[in-house]
Design a protein around this ligand. Sequence first.
Ligand SMILES: Cc1cc2nc3c(=O)[nH]c(=O)nc-3n(C[C@H](O)[C@H](O)[C@H](O)COP(=O)(O)OP(=O)(O)OC[C@H]3O[C@@H](n4cnc5c(N)ncnc54)[C@H](O)[C@@H]3O)c2cc1C
Ligand code: FES
Length: 301
Amino acid sequence: MTETAPATAATTQRGTLFVEDTPVTELSEFPGNQFVLRLHAPKIATHATAGSFIHLRCDETIPMRRPLSIMRADADEGWIEVLFKIVGEGLRSLAGKKAGDKLNCIGPIGKGFVVHGKRPRTVLIGGGVGIPPMIFLAEQMLRQGHEPHPLVLMGSELPFPFECSESHMASHWLDQEAPASIRDLEDLGILNRLASLSGFAGAYRGYVTDLAKHFLGSLTAAELAQTELFACGPTVMLQAVSSLARQYDLPCQVSLEEYMACAVGGCAGCAVRVETPNGPAMKRVCVDGPVFEASQVFANH
Ligand SMILES: Cc1cc2nc3c(=O)[nH]c(=O)nc-3n(C[C@H](O)[C@H](O)[C@H](O)COP(=O)(O)OP(=O)(O)OC[C@H]3O[C@@H](n4cnc5c(N)ncnc54)[C@H](O)[C@@H]3O)c2cc1C
Ligand code: FES
């Protein structure tokens, strides 16, 4: 069954936001209570962009929906994928679903990352459950023929919920051996590296932002002038990325996480303070974001 979108959403995202009853087609479990869920959601798949998310009813008995970033979308086959880590009852219930179960889903929601090409060198930084939008963005850039390919840096303290292997792509800017990479991205020719303080084999031992600092420190002034950062992850990581952007004078887009009730712009429950050219303003993370310029939301970092 497909319904029309709620009125509040229709006014902000007319014609691109859908409510679908989406059958589960696959649910894969990874260590650390992490799951990748694939849903048959043809309309959402067609309109998803990097940084957009769904608002999912995890179970009929749980009234509040949960926001989850879209990690992959295949418009031809009509599916979307999300990656989640169980926090509380909503996602625990979601983890118990089986192929064929139907979940009511609103999406794709939000203003995602904008790749404008003014700065062709791009560094994508993802932390924890902030990794999925970075995967989407990297693969989207590749499909759109963006050159050079992005560099993707990912940090996690849980085992990475992806097939990892030793990279064959050089990273001379690293001062320690850290060859682990996500196989799917490497196979696409996207250089990527992993960071963790948990001692995973082949991962850089440190914060993902330390890894980013190594890379940025290896660039010439001319290369830095061509570089832009994109990030999604915990707020403390986004603040550190924002500091790096300031230090190296780089534009930087960040995707924020906020508590969400309606997720379609109607309740203002997700509003954050943003610096605009006309002074401070309150913006709704769900429909005005979740992606913002780092300099506008972390003015002091
Ligand atoms: C735009 C957006 C995209 C997101 N994408 C992902 C994703 O791809 N994968 C993923 O695993 N998680 C993602 N999250 C976070 C996820 O929505 C929350 O962790 C989830 O709602 C928790 O649900 P739960 O039922 O497991 O726990 P609940 O019982 O609902 O919550 C347990 C605790 O989690 C925290 N929490 C709940 N909701 C949020 C929230 N919206 N933001 C921050 N903390 C929260 C609170 O401390 C709460 O007490 C995203 C959040 C947003 C806003
Ligand atoms: S969650 Fe209601 S306006 Fe954003």
